[in-house]
Write a protein that binds this ligand. Structure first.
Ligand code: GTP
Length: 205
């Protein structure tokens, strides 16, 4: 995707899309990030696509994120396809308590390669890391898969807030650096994520 103008200076929003199977927690992750709350209770599936805006201050520069929450259900897949090409970043989620959602990541990646821009910023998130008793996908499995496909990875929890801010901030930093005119200023998303990431042990955020 060639974006010659600086989005930060032209105030155009950076478009970040949340994708993954139905029920992995895309809406909850967005609500946690936007409002700092967890949507507990009955699960209402997203219909089609929804979006929220949030402005982040990244190293003194305002970065506007327009975050699209897509429906994970198969029947809305054609709607989602239409939005891929305009996305600057994709957060691909699976649910650590749902093996099928993890097994489907390869299919999601194929879809992303087919429909999204070649240089789209991509990050893999293993959500519901708080659900220790129900966990069926180990963190190492997520790490292995991410390494295999060369994408940054972290576990998150919309319930506890673990790494939620970090996931969006990391993407915003990468997008900001890409839109800057100074090519000498390099930002390494993978390194930043590894440095800042919190584990799922005793010290959750
Ligand atoms: N324990 C736990 N439950 C979560 C977490 N995130 C979401 N959930 C629960 O998982 C269910 C589905 O969450 P949603 O955010 O609606 O899932 P979605 O991916 O947006 O689903 P679709 O809209 O159908 O694509 C809800 O019952 C949430 O309360 C989390 O981090 N931890």
């Amino acid at each position: 995707m060639s974006r010659k103008v600086s989005h930060s200076s032209s105030c155009l929003p950076e478009q970040v899309m949340l994708v993954g199977d139905s029920g992995v927690g895309k809406t909850c992750l967005l609500v946690r990030f936007k409002d700092g709350a967890f949507l507990a209770g009955s699960f209402i599936s997203t219909v089609g696509i929804d979006f929220r805006n949030k402005v982040l201050n990244i190293d003194g520069v305002k970065v506007k994120l327009q975050i699209w929450d897509t429906a994970g259900q198969e029947r809305f897949r054609s709607v989602t396809h239409a939005y891929y090409r305009d996305a600057h970043a994709l957060l691909l989620l699976y649910d650590v308590t749902n093996k099928t959602s993890f097994d489907n990541i390869q299919a999601w990646l194929s879809e992303i390669h087919e429909y999204a821009q070649q240089d789209v910023v991509l990050m893999l998130l293993g959500n519901k890391a708080d659900a220790t008793h129900d966990r069926v996908v180990k963190r190492e499995d997520g790490e292995r898969l991410a390494k295999e496909f060369g994408v940054p990875f972290m576990e998150t929890s919309a319930r506890s807030g673990l790494n939620v801010e970090l996931a969006f901030t990391a993407v915003a930093k990468e997008l900001k650096h890409r839109s800057m005119k100074d090519p000498n200023e390099k930002f390494k998303l993978q390194e930043y994520v590894s440095k800042e990431m919190k584990g799922t042990g005793c010290c959750r955020s």
